[in-house]
Design a protein around this ligand. Structure first.
Ligand SMILES: Cc1cc2nc3c(=O)[nH]c(=O)nc-3n(C[C@H](O)[C@H](O)[C@H](O)COP(=O)(O)OP(=O)(O)OC[C@H]3O[C@@H](n4cnc5c(N)ncnc54)[C@H](O)[C@@H]3O)c2cc1C
Length: 491
């Protein structure tokens, strides 16, 4: 059998992408190295993953938010967000600046647990007919003009496309010869769960010291940054003695670690593939970009990749993708990734154990506290400011579509569940009705009055929920046809 797509890696990004492809009726095989998906690092407190606007919208638009939200109750809702540990507050955000956001079920901020997220996505993928094989490490592949042969677990499988969602040390990226460029780490980060003999010696919360940083979120649950140039990470076992030595150094105390439950390290190495596609091989998620977990952006970035890539790859497989559609995956997602890498580098600059960084931090605190400052940081952290460069005709084009509610109570988010594009015409004229069926299964036409239409008369939405075309005046069918040709080949 030749699959349409083989995905290496059943992490959240690989699973989400698999669901997107199955929604478009493509055959998908996911090969995952690990037999067992469970790990203490995927469970709270270490498995906590902050989800922001576009990811929450993606779950909502595919009908998965209800499953994710009940577990994300008040215990997971923290401050609105932070920059290098400087928190910003919900009450200080001027959301009226976000002209094209409407209130709806999709929030801008949600806590999730990695293990639960993977469980929900796995169940959804299986229900859609995705084939998942665990204990199958992808060892290599050969790509021709027509297909890719993948070697995993001592056997070969074939597909028309291969997507590497195999994490930061991606085999697909390395074997595919993707150029990976960026900046080397300044520190080794630690996430540990320990029992302290003298807990009173370590203050709760985040603290910058002359030798590093530590953050005690809950008693004994500690994150640390040791500015060793990333030298320790993955070079030696993380022993209790070592953790105690680092903790003493970065906290400037003589605190004693009595027992250690969990310990893992990470760094602020920030690298990105220069292209996300080489022939029939693509990258998504951490396989395409890595950076420190500061500010919790990596998963969001990867889910955004999957949402962007899924429908484009499906259209390419169907053979009706307009010229250049698949390459728009890199041109749209690479700049979003580059901005996140810089966002994480800027936070490192503020964290350095140096008086200049402390001075900078004090200035940032003042700025974040202003209403404009809080709003700016919320826009960046929550992904509200994401806009693809699709043309400047209308300020909504290239942005995530507002969650319009029609008079019968139907919301845009639910209209996108099938993973198709949407031509939404407001008012009673239905002047675009003639276009109904013009793009077959790819675009659904819906006419109706909206409770709040934000001055719009019609909007063309891509399957990923981003606006391809919008009009404030009575639209002419030709305008829509031209715009749609760019995304949905005309028949
Ligand atoms: C401490 C910490 C906190 C974080 N907090 C946040 C946060 O709050 N918000 C946020 O957005 N992000 C956060 N992140 C980042 C986030 O966890 C990652 O960006 C996200 O997990 C990437 O998903 P992925 O599916 O691309 O890769 P992964 O989750 O790494 O999944 C890759 C999968 O591929 C498998 N695999 C690897 N090699 C192979 C192979 N050769 N063959 C087959 N399978 C293979 C792996 O076993 C794994 O299952 C955090 C990260 C850390 C370390």
């Amino acid at each position: 059998m030749v699959y349409d797509v083989i995905i290496a890696g059943a992490g959240p990004v690989g699973l989400f992408l698999a669901c997107e492809l199955r929604l478009a009726k493509r055959s998908v095989l996911v090969l995952e190295r690990l037999e067992d998906p469970h790990s203490p690092l995927k469970r709270l407190p270490f498995g906590r993953r902050g989800l922001w606007g576009p990811s929450i919208e993606a779950f909502y638009r595919r009908g998965l938010l209800e499953q994710l939200a009940p577990r994300t109750g008040s215990n997971l809702r923290g401050p609105a967000g932070h920059f290098a540990g400087i928190p910003f507050d919900f009450s200080n955000i001027n959301a009226s600046r976000w002209t094209y956001r409407l209130p709806g079920p999709a929030d801008t901020q949600l806590g999730s647990e990695m293990e639960q997220l993977e469980r929900i996505l796995t169940a959804h993928a299986l229900s859609l007919g995705v084939e998942i094989q665990r204990g199958q490490e992808v060892e290599g592949f050969e790509a021709s003009d027509d297909e890719v042969t993948v070697r995993a677990g001592g056997k070969s499988v074939r597909a028309r496309w291969l997507v590497g969602c195999d994490g930061g040390r991606s085999t697909i990226r390395k074997q595919g010869g993707f150029e990976f460029v960026g900046t080397e780490p300044e520190f080794t980060g630690y996430s540990v769960h320990v029992e302290l003999a003298d807990p009173e010696k370590l203050r709760p919360g985040r603290h910058y010291t002359p030798t590093g940083m530590y953050n005690q979120g809950q008693p004994g649950v500690i994150a640390m940054a040791d500015f060793d140039g990333g030298a320790f990470h993955r070079t030696q076992p993380v022993t209790l003695e070592h953790v105690q030595a680092v903790l003493r150094r970065v906290s400037c105390t003589d605190v004693t670690v009595k027992a250690m439950q969990v310990a893992t390290t990470w760094t602020d190495r920030a690298y990105q593939a220069t292209t996300y596609r080489k022939g029939r091989v693509l990258l998504a998620g951490d396989a395409a970009h890595i950076h420190s977990p500061l500010g919790g952006q990596g998963l969001n970035l990867g889910l955004g990749d999957a949402m962007n890539l899924g429908w484009k790859l499906a259209a390419t497989l169907r053979g009706d993708a307009p010229e250049g559609l698949l390459d728009s995956y890199t041109s749209e997602r690479h700049p979003v990734g580059a901005r996140i890498l810089d966002w994480s580098r800027a936070q490192v600059a503020l964290m350095r154990p140096h008086p200049a960084s402390r001075a900078l931090e004090a200035i940032f605190r003042d700025l974040i506290d202003t209403r404009d400052g809080t709003t700016y940081f919320a826009e960046r952290v929550w992904g509200v400011s994401i806009r693809y460069g699709l043309g400047e005709e209308h300020p909504l084009v290239g942005r995530s579509c507002p969650d319009f509610e029609l008079e019968d109570g139907t919301r845009l988010g639910t209209l996108l569940r099938e993973g198709r594009g949407l031509l939404l015409e407001f008012g009673r004229q239905a002047s675009l009705r003639a276009l109904d069926g013009r793009w077959g299964e790819q675009v659904r036409y819906v006419a109706g009055d909206a409770k709040e239409r934000l001055g719009l008369s019609a909007v063309l939405v891509r399957p990923d929920g981003f606006v391809a075309w919008a009009s404030d005046t009575t639209p002419h069918p030709e305008e829509v046809t031209d715009a749609a040709a760019r995304w949905f080949a005309s028949r």
